[in-house]
Each structure stands twice: as structure tokens, then as C-alpha cells.
Design a protein around this ligand. Structure first.
Ligand SMILES: [Zn+2]
Length: 346
């Protein structure tokens, strides 16, 4: 065959493959788990400090009653045996434990040490709980670029709250790509420093921040301390319970995915880093393959896939995956891109 004749043949092949792919249902990663509209994380700082006793007395049991998962930031030098026991149970219940320094120092002080305030508490928490923290929150939400760099090089760490709060309030959107500068809203009784302070008018800023995620499709991170205790700006119990009921209803309506901070960071980073390619295999099946770059390997977690059509079989690495939903119009399933290519049959 002459070179000239080869060209139309190639063009025809390309055309037939793309028209085959175009006729098959599209598959995409859902923005948030189970295709919830927005995401929300509750974070309680200062666990183990005596004045946050309400976290053990109220927060943990009330979260458990409602099937909600949160994250607890540990000041490791303050933890006694009874705290470690409670934290072990919290991990078993699906909560996250994050590193909130060794002592409650001011990070901008001259005597700050990355080894002492980041690495050392990590090692102690790992030993005591047989658990690797993956998130860090700087005390007083202050810190230096050097400390953030140090944290980014800590194995396993996927993020931290942004230092310099006043410039980093609000909801996180996809354009906020830096997982080591997570935006948040800080709970105070009066709403001071919150972006909702002026709009509050008797409303609860906890609910306002969660609602912002449910309305915008972004991810809202709440920073709080204790509940009905003597900690700094402790949340009154009635307001906390109302908030948990409020977000539980939003979870039931799939308006919000409520999950611990590292789960949300890993989810959105998986979408970002493990880019998916969809290729038609034949008239009834497609193959999904993923970019397994080092960035993807670091963060990859289970994500939800949406298929715009009814599926008959989903296979990943010779293992059948069960769809979590499957109608004529749409199916969903959960999988981790690192587990390999996925074949979807229709
Ligand atoms: Zn703190």
C-alpha cells in the first residue's frame, strides 16, 4: 500500500473508534462521595487539654448516635492514659486524629522547633495509637513557610489548615489546589473573625458554614474547640446538637458528604491527580485507566464513579465490583484508581 492510500484508512479507523466510544455511556468521577452536592468536615482542636473535657462527654457520643465522623486534633504532651484509650475507640468509630503539636506554643516564637512540634508528637501518636496522622493544624493558626515545607516533606501527610487565618476564611473550591493551605471558618461564640459574623443575626454560624457548602458544591472546613466545657470559645451544647441534627438531615438528602478532613483532601486530590481515560473495548464495554503519577500514588483513595447508563458488570483487577446504584439512566460504584484498570460492561 502506498503512503497516500494509508491516510484515508487511518482516518476511517479513528472515526470508527471514536464513534463507538461516543455511542457508549460516559463515565466520570463524582465530585464528592456518593455524588453528594457539597462536602463538610468538623474539627475539634485541643483534645487531651483538660478544658476540652466536653469532647469526651458530649461530642463523641452525640456524633456516634448520628453516625457522623469528625476529626480531633491532639496536643500530644497533654494526653494521659485515659485520653489514649478514648482516642483508640474514636479511631475504631471512624474518626480521624490529627496532629496539633506537642505543646500549645505560638509557632512564630523564636523557640519553635519543627522536630519538637511536628515530628515528635507524630511519633508519640503513632506509638500510642498504632495510627499514622495525615493532617496537621498549627496552634494559634500561625506558622512559617519553613514549617509548612517541613510538613509537606513528612511522609504520609496530605494537608494542613492555612496559616494566617484572616486571609484564608471561607469554603474551599477546586481552584484552591493547595492542600497545605485549607480554608476554614473558626468558631467563636460571638462569631468574631468568621465570614458570617455580620450576617449572623441570631443564626448559628456552624449551620451557616455547612449550608454554604451544600449550596455551592464546595468543601467547608469547621474549626472548633470543646463542647459545653471550659475551653476557648466552647460550643454551647444546645447549639452543637442542633448543628449535628442539621447536617445529619443534609447527609440524608445527599446535599452534604460529611467526612474527616483527610478523607476529603484525598478524595479531591484523587480526582485531581489520578486523571481517568475512557476507551471503548467493543460495542458493550469500556475500559477506564488512570494516570498513576507519584502525586496520584500519594493520595489515591476510593472515589465514586458515575456511569450515565445501566451497567451489567464492573471488574477491576479480576474482581467484580458491586454498583451502589443502577438504573436505566445512571449507575454508581466506588473504587480506588490505584487498584488498576476498570472494565465496565453495559
Ligand atoms: Zn489549639
Amino acid at each position: 500500500m502506498k503512503k497516500k492510500e494509508l491516510l484515508p484508512a487511518l482516518a476511517l479507523m479513528t472515526l470508527s473508534t471514536s464513534s463507538l466510544a461516543a455511542s457508549l455511556p460516559k463515565v466520570e468521577m463524582a465530585f464528592w462521595q456518593n455524588d453528594a452536592y457539597g462536602a463538610y468536615s468538623i474539627n475539634h482542636d485541643d483534645f487531651c487539654v483538660d478544658n476540652t473535657f466536653g469532647l469526651i462527654k458530649y461530642a463523641l457520643p452525640e456524633l456516634k448516635k448520628r453516625g457522623l465522623k469528625a476529626a480531633f486534633g491532639v496536643i500530644a504532651s497533654d494526653c494521659k492514659d485515659e485520653h489514649w484509650d478514648v482516642l483508640k475507640q474514636a479511631i475504631n468509630d471512624g474518626h480521624e486524629i490529627y496532629n496539633h503539636a506537642w505543646t500549645h506554643v505560638t509557632p512564630n516564637d523564636d523557640n519553635w522547633s519543627n522536630d519538637e512540634q511536628i515530628k515528635h508528637p507524630h511519633q508519640v501518636i503513632s506509638q500510642k495509637l498504632n495510627y499514622q496522622p495525615t493532617f496537621y493544624a498549627f496552634t494559634m493558626d500561625q506558622g512559617s513557610d519553613d514549617a509548612v515545607n517541613y510538613l509537606q516533606n513528612m511522609p504520609g501527610y496530605v494537608g494542613t489548615r492555612a496559616i494566617n487565618y484572616v486571609n484564608n476564611t471561607g469554603v474551599n473550591f477546586d481552584e484552591d489546589k493547595n492542600d497545605f493551605a485549607v480554608r476554614y471558618d473558626l468558631y467563636t461564640v460571638t462569631g468574631q473573625w468568621s465570614i458570617y459574623e455580620k450576617k449572623k443575626e441570631g443564626k448559628d454560624i456552624l449551620n451557616m458554614h455547612a449550608d454554604m457548602a451544600a449550596r455551592s458544591g464546595g468543601w467547608a472546613y469547621r474549626t472548633a474547640h470543646g463542647v459545653e466545657d471550659t475551653s476557648w470559645n466552647s460550643i454551647p451544647l444546645a447549639i452543637y446538637l442542633d448543628h449535628l441534627d442539621h447536617i445529619q438531615a443534609k447527609v440524608q438528602d445527599n446535599e452534604l458528604w460529611v467526612a474527616p478532613v483527610s478523607e476529603v483532601i484525598k478524595y479531591r486530590a484523587t480526582r485531581r491527580e489520578c486523571a481517568m481515560t475512557q476507551t471503548a473495548i467493543d460495542q458493550h464495554s469500556v475500559k477506564l485507566s488512570f494516570d498513576d503519577s507519584p502525586a496520584c500514588k500519594k493520595v489515591a483513595s476510593d472515589v465514586t464513579f458515575i456511569v450515565y447508563g445501566k451497567v451489567s458488570q464492573i471488574v477491576q483487577n479480576q474482581k467484580a465490583l458491586a454498583p451502589t446504584a443502577n438504573t436505566e439512566k445512571q449507575a454508581m460504584f466506588n473504587a480506588n484508581p490505584l487498584d488498576g484498570e476498570i472494565t465496565v460492561k453495559f
